[in-house]
Write a protein that binds this ligand. Sequence first.
Ligand SMILES: [Zn+2]
Length: 399
Amino acid sequence: MKRLLTIFAMAMLCQSAVAQFYTTQDFEHAIRFFNRPAERREIILPTIDGYRLYKADFHTHTIYSDGDVTPRQRVREAWYDGLDIVAITDHLEIRTYEKFMLKVLAPYSTGKPFKYQNAGIANKKDKSYPVMANLNAAYDEAVYYTERENLPIMVVRGTEIWRNTKSIGEFNALFLKDINAICHEDLFESFRRVKEQGGVIMHNHPGYTRTTTAIAEGEQERAYAEGWIDGVEAVNSTTLYPDIISRCIDRNLFMAANTDAHRPTSHDWPAGGEFFRTMTFIMAKSCTEEDIKEALKAGRTIGYVANNLVGSEKHLAAFINEAVTCRVVAENKKKGEVTYSLTNCCSVPFVLHRGKSIHTLAPFTTRNFTLKEGSQPRFVVDNMWHANEQHPTVVIAID
Ligand SMILES: [Zn+2]
């Protein structure tokens, strides 16, 4: 009898499940519900010294160079990934997809077969690179899309100056007015044109393995010595270059952490995954080009990669102190102990190391720490990096 009842109950359940989709209207409603559009992932960060923290990626590629996605997809995913700022930095010299685009557009031409010319080949007569494409097109499309979709995200007009990876290295020119105008065979002339436009220069993936030559090393040193470089990637994609942190602090350069995304970012940082995509937190007055550039020039940045933070000791200590509230919840005079309650009010976890114990203070959680009376809540923060392989020791201020 019991068995029969179970079967009966199951049959009723099945019937009601079918009934949910009995009319086409219900069916359409259900499909719409399950296919609801993706949502932006909000990343909650503290305010430091009155500055808000803006989330930026200063290094991405699209099909207009060697990336796999369109500019509009770059801004759309940046929006979903919780960014405030995204730079489209297609290569000046590598445009893998151009020849395919030209094939598509061939019928519009004069009828003569296309003579494909790579912009990286210098014209002997004219020192400027023979740019045959409008290098601003990717940026223009990204801006057109953000405006059409009302996405409140800042798109930065940029480019990656690649030259020869076996020599001097790669640099991102950011906040440009006209990318076409910076093309020149001589790297330093390109740099001069970037600065003429009020642009910012960042040294990309400085740890990138390349065959170095004395000339290349000299040229790289010249780029720094002459003051062309404003910032360096301490993180590129998922690679951290710890030795770069000291270089940035010593030379007063901003530290950046960027994806250098060529594929869709969901490829490396799946939606809803444990980590956010790699990004740079910028302490700025507001999210305008002027204020962001001011913050970069002042070196007010913290790099984020896989729940690790990279920055100066001062900025990192301020970050954790603003993000974590600390209060005394119990005092045991007999045992000579004090219990502190620490609450993490931001989206980044903190790995707190004290003596032999290591505790993760996950985002939006509270943990109690019982310490000897008279000792401060002092921790080595294992997921923060302030110098070559070094983690800062911070005292969490009692609120
Ligand atoms: Zn790149």
